[in-house]
Structures are given as C-alpha cells and as structure tokens.
Ligand binder design. Structure first.
Ligand code: HEM
Length: 192
C-alpha cells in the first residue's frame, strides 16, 4: 500500500522512469564524500538565507501536488486555496521546524551520532505522536530536491543535487529504521 500509494502520487508529477529512479535513489543510504559534504554545506548556506520563503515553498508544493499529505494537519487539512494555505500558522511553523532540522543535519554531516539522534527524535514524534505514514518522507524529499533545483539553479548543479539526494536518502532510511524500531505499522495509520 505504501509504495503503491507513493508511486501513484508521483505519477501525477513525473514519468514512470523518473519515479523508479528517485524511489531507488532514496531507498539506500550511500555515504557522502568530503567533497559532497562541502557541496551540501555551500549550497545550503544560500538556501538557509531564505529559510522562511524556501520552507513555505517546499510545503506548499507538497500539499498542492500531494493533497493527501495535508490529512495530518488539523488546522489546514481542508484548505485548498494556496494563498490561504500560505497564511496558515501551523504550516509556517512546520516549515520552520523542517528547515531547522535540515540545518542541524547539514551542520553535523561529519557527526553521525548527532545526525542519528536528531532523526530519532523526528522519527519517534512522527510515528508515535503524529502517525504520519513514512512514505511522505520520500515524497517530501522529492519535493525538496525539485524546489532547491528550481529556486537555486546556479548553486544546485546536478552534482550538488546528487549529493543532496544522498543526504535525503540517509534521512529517509534512518526514519524508516526508527519507525521499524517503534513498531509502526501501516494499519495503525489513518491514510484517509
Ligand atoms: C524532513 C522531514 C520532516 C521534519 C524534519 C519534520 C520536523 C517536525 C518537527 C521537529 C515537529 C515537531 C515534533 C513534535 O511534535 O514534537 C513536526 C511536527 C509535525 N510534523 Fe513534521 N517533519 C518532517 C516531515 C513531515 C511530513 C512529511 C509530515 C506529513 C506529511 C509531517 C507532519 C507533521 C505533523 C502533523 C506535525 C504536528 C504539527 C502540529 O502539531 O502543529 N512532518 N515535524
């Protein structure tokens, strides 16, 4: 159900070949090289200067292209108007939280213990408190790659994009491992 749903969502946006490719890329964590760490940190410095706008743009893209991802947010799950969504304080707060968490990961690319502890907290909160299907982390990762590539074409070159794909694969795989550790099952989710 998980991966079928994911594929279905992505078919709205992408060609099947690209879906398979991205799904595969996000499915296995590959260690970053030193050069890739620098590429991520340099490009993130630019992105983080526009933290609020980029965070909101990412979430708007997620919620407009994949409306089922809104189901978890009590305050805007029924809102369809993009401008109204943009004004939602719950959305803006979550955008801020995501950007902060990514910032901590980027600042600690060479500290795997710190990265694991951040991702453990995020995974536990989403599995146990918010009951979010982990498929949405992959969907969000695809959206992040897309928005960064479009908004920062000079900084996010294909090589930089591929370094980011590796980092997001680590994020998705670590969160999946936390979900497994806490015994989350698709049946327990309300995927409405
Ligand atoms: C990189 C991915 C993400 C990060 C770093 C992140 C981060 C966070 C953090 C730090 C919180 C507060 C945690 C807490 O309740 O203690 C939070 C809350 C939440 N997140 Fe995420 N999140 C991510 C992706 C998602 C996705 C994909 C969804 C669902 C589609 C989601 C749904 C929620 C919901 C429903 C809440 C509670 C919101 C509220 O109470 O206002 N998150 N997130």
């Amino acid at each position: 159900m998980c991966s079928a749903h994911y594929t279905l969502c992505f078919q709205m946006e992408r060609k099947q070949g690209e879906v398979d490719h991205l799904e595969l890329e996000l499915d296995r964590p590959i260690p970053l090289t030193d050069k890739e760490r620098v590429m991520i940190q340099d490009s993130w410095a630019k992105v983080y200067q526009n933290c609020e706008d980029v965070g909101v743009a990412i979430l708007i893209r997620l919620f407009v292209n994949f409306p089922s991802s809104k189901q978890y947010f009590s305050q805007f799950k029924h809102i369809e108007d993009t401008r109204e969504l943009e004004q939602s304080s719950q959305l803006r707060k979550h955008a801020h939280r995501i950007m902060n968490a990514i910032n901590t990961l980027v600042e600690n690319l060479d500290n795997s213990e710190k990265m694991a502890s951040v991702l453990k907290l995020v995974g536990k909160a989403h599995a146990l408190r918010h009951n979010v299907d982990p498929v949405y982390f992959k969907i969000l990762s695809g959206v992040i790659l897309e928005v960064l590539g479009e908004e920062f074409p000079e900084d996010v070159t294909p090589a930089v994009g591929s370094a980011w794909t590796k980092l997001l694969a680590t994020l998705c795989c670590s969160l999946k491992a936390v979900y497994e550790e806490v015994g989350w099952t698709p049946q327990s989710a309300s995927t409405g």
